[in-house]
Design a protein around this ligand. Structure first.
Ligand SMILES: *[C@@H]1O[C@H](CO)[C@@H](O)[C@H](O)[C@H]1NC(C)=O
Ligand SMILES: *[C@@H]1O[C@H](CO)[C@@H](O)[C@H](O)[C@H]1NC(C)=O
Length: 369
């Protein structure tokens, strides 16, 4: 097939392909607001990568996914959708599928790919206690491979154009704390003071953002870290009395997000023709905690699915551990929010619906640049 013809085929795939990606996707007459969505990260956005790996960090059994569109577990660490599902809908794109589940055909790549892997951190060592995962560096290698495959099929100019107009979304860093720094694995806390560790993370993420830019990515959403000190797991571990968040943990997260804001600000000055935006998940989450009544949440401390105080003692393992209705819960399991929270955060990323969370701009405005 001539490149032009092939490109046409990709823009208007035959019905069989569309049914496959259909789930919640829009009818073919709807024009997407960006050609594709590419997702890099950890369990906050893993959509099934780890189902292919030998690891404890898998969400491929009920009750995970019980409120998802298919009512089945998919590998998402939520009762339903995760943030990037809602963003795909806003962009009028199909849900993005995991790279490891793809056969490698180019038509599977052109609407976007999800590389995210639960347990992954920015640093290679993070999360290894859980088993296998695809680290940030390996995910970047997969993005690179994707680009090369697109280049081979579409030609250099079309591949470059596709990447330039697509949205890249990166959500990583929590496991560098949860499964590395806070555990003091390999004595890391004696080697790095908190601010030094934060700087190491920021430098690592900055390096990969530059690599994305070198692959012609021009629209990048960088997610900040959530309030890890408010997760049921740490409320349980630190024996929180009234459900108060663990300040010493959150302080480190706030400082990291501050450093990330500054790093992204500088990238926008250094790298021409690109927009990087930093979305402060911590602020977005705090807005939810502060206004829980308005959002309709009854519990902001207890995991819907878990055991022990705050449901934070173990991970969610089987349906009987879960509450009846997750809608009024902030937390789904010991570390991950419910679909209800993911929707609120997605709307904040998309348009600042509830709180202005993204600097210098939200995703909707980024599309128009
Ligand atoms: C981290 O571990 C090392 C040795 O295992 C120990 O000496 C150090 O006190 C620990 N640091 C913290 C903050 O727990
Ligand atoms: C959960 O509760 C919400 C309102 O609190 C209700 O709209 C919804 O239908 C309930 N879902 C289920 C599965 O019972």
């Amino acid at each position: 097939m001539a490149p032009m013809l092939l490109f046409f085929f990709l823009l208007f795939p035959p019905l069989s392909l569309q049914v496959h990606c259909q789930l919640t996707s829009s009818p073919s007459s709807v024009v997407p607001l960006a050609p594709a969505l590419f997702v890099i990260g950890d369990s906050t956005v893993d959509c099934g990568t780890n189902n292919h790996l030998f690891t404890l960090a898998r969400a491929d059994r009920l009750p995970y996914g019980r409120d998802f569109d298919t009512r089945r577990p998919t590998g998402r660490f939520s009762n339903g959708r995760v943030v990037v599902d809602y963003l795909a809908l806003r962009l009028k794109l199909p849900f993005v599928r995991p790279y490891l589940g793809l056969s490698g055909k180019v038509e599977e790549l052109v609407r976007g790919v999800n590389y995210a892997s639960a347990g992954a951190g920015a640093l290679f060592a993070s999360g290894s206690d859980l088993g296998m995962h695809i680290s940030l560096t390996e995910q970047m290698q997969q993005v690179h491979d994707t680009y090369e495959r697109l280049e081979l099929s579409l030609g250099e100019a079309a591949a470059a154009d596709l990447f330039a107009k697509s949205i890249f979304y990166i959500s990583i860093g929590s496991n560098d704390f949860i499964h590395y720094y806070f555990r003091n694995t390999t004595n890391v806390r004696s080697l790095f003071l908190p601010w030094e560790f934060n700087q190491l993370l920021v430098d690592t993420i900055k390096h990969e953002l530059k690599n994305l830019y070198n692959l012609n990515a021009r629209k990048v959403v960088v997610m900040g870290l959530p309030p890890i000190g408010c997760t049921p797991h740490y409320l349980w571990e630190y024996d929180s009395v009234y459900g108060d968040c663990v300040e010493q943990i959150n302080n480190m997260i706030v400082q990291l997000n501050f450093a990330m804001t500054y790093m992204v600000h500088k990238l926008n000055i250094e790298l021409h023709g690109a927009t990087f935006t930093f979305c402060d998940t911590f602020e977005g989450s705090m807005d939810i905690f502060r206004n829980r009544d308005r959002y309709g949440f009854v519990s902001t401390t207890d995991a819907c699915c878990g055991l022990g105080k705050y449901g934070g003692m173990v991970m969610c393992l089987f349906p009987e551990m879960a509450c009846k209705n997750a809608t009024n819960h902030v937390w789904w399991d010991e570390f991950h929010p419910t679909e209800a929270v993911n929707l609120i955060l997605a709307d904040d990323v998309w348009s600042g619906k509830h709180i202005d969370m993204c600097l210098p701009m939200n995703l909707r405005d980024m599309i128009e640049t």
